[in-house]
Design a protein around this ligand. Sequence first.
Ligand SMILES: Nc1ncnc2c1ncn2[C@@H]1O[C@H](COP(=O)(O)OP(=O)(O)OP(=O)(O)O)[C@@H](O)[C@H]1O
Ligand SMILES: [Mg+2]
Length: 206
Amino acid sequence: MNRNEPPSLARQPKANRPVRLSPPRQAPRSAGQSIEWERRLRSATETERLGLSIGQALRGGEVIALFGELGTGKTTLVRGLAVGIGAAPRSVSSPTFVLIQEYRGRLPLAHADLYRLDSATDLHHLGLSDYLDERHVVAIEWAEKAGADLPADRLEVHLSHRSKTIRAAVLKATGPSSHRLLTRLMQQEALRKDAAGPNGKEQRRP
Ligand SMILES: Nc1ncnc2c1ncn2[C@@H]1O[C@H](COP(=O)(O)OP(=O)(O)OP(=O)(O)O)[C@@H](O)[C@H]1O
Ligand SMILES: [Mg+2]
């Protein structure tokens, strides 16, 4: 959680504060193109599992924009994403000094952490725009730092602390590609729930 940052790199007050979270909702909300889904994550494993599910629903070309204060589980979720696309997860950490790291699975994943980004540096300078194509998946921690450079169509994941171990994740689709991704993810999760049955255990046919 504590990155032991030198004072010169102390966090700037955010101009663009993360969206205030509403109380937990069970069902996804949909308003035209924008859909929103809230999940409660009771452990780091659950956060990683959500990342894995998102990873399995990816088709290439999507942008995952991660928002949330220090230690809310952004990197943990990206680790799950890497597992979901079949990349080696062990190597996934916050790319604190190298701002962008690449992982290869069935899709190439570019993982950026903008925490230390100087507000004067734009995404083009950073090289992140090189990954914005229909093949790569781009996951961006501290996405608010990208400001207006953030691609318009993105799956936003807003993470927040509920207690020491419980986090909340609000997922929002902001365009057609992220809308399709979130729809696939919700369908996947519904199927998984059905298969697990009322006790959360795999159902067996007699
Ligand atoms: N429900 C939870 N979800 C995710 N992480 C959790 C949870 N409960 C505890 N943790 C722990 O919180 C710690 C911080 O997680 P992580 O590094 O993913 O956060 P982060 O948002 O990427 O932090 P940073 O802002 O420094 O990049 C990890 O040690 C993780 O195991
Ligand atoms: Mg991190």
